[in-house]
Design a protein around this ligand. Sequence first.
Ligand code: ADP
Ligand code: MG
Length: 263
Amino acid sequence: RQQQNTSSKMADTDKKSARDREEIIAISHLNKWFGDFHVLKDINMTVAKGEKVVVCGPSGSGKSTLIRCINRLETHQEGKIFVNGIELTNDVKRIDQVRREVGMLFQNFNLFPHMTVLENLTVSPVWIRKMPLAQARELAFQYLERVKIPDLAHKYPNQCSGGQQQRIAIARCLCMNPKVMLFDEPTSALDPEMIKEVLDVMTDLAKSGMTMICVTHEMGFARTVADRVVFMDGGEIVEENDPENFFTNPQYDRTVTFLSQVI
Ligand code: ADP
Ligand code: MG
């Protein structure tokens, strides 16, 4: 079994070093301040097509701020962020272009409360992608099937459980056919019995080849799904490694302390 693990790891490495490694996200020397507070310190990170990166670290370490910078929900002062080859600047047209390609999942679902589930799923394809409504509906049902709740199409978000709402939010993202999906602690507001249904959908998505950055403390998910785990503390990337080494052989005291608290 050990042997098999090693050889599949090597195949992964070969794949990543191939010339056609397509970078969906490239962040270099990113620095950000909130006033005087230096919240992100010289962050460097790339995510290739199909890669799944889990970001973890103590509360307040800058994880949300980092992924919010990737679709310009936060602005940065120094460094460069490229998403699918487009550099994020103040140019509103580019920001729109980037946001079309990036699906974002929040802790609190952020569904439109005054729209049915179906309307939540069709509004962006129709208004942003200019898709005919009938086609958008068909697509919406396809993704509701995929997250296993087609029967909720005509309900309102507040008639659905937290786990269902998060799966609806995932289906809504998928309707826009994103190049990458960002998850900011998608299960941390859920009751324990609902966490698994959301993690199952995320695992299924990962297997389908979606490029993903997930801020999560679900270390079981990190172990089974992540190609890489990034550990942040105090606005810095302290350590990053493949899950096997990250969990069994952490290099820094801060990582050891963190792992002892979450596992
Ligand atoms: P994490 O997601 O790792 O818990 P955040 O990125 O949310 O961390 O926050 C990092 C730090 O930045 C925290 O100290 C937080 O209080 C601070 N912070 C976050 N957003 C703002 C803001 N809009 N203005 C000022 N400080 C902020
Ligand atoms: Mg956060």
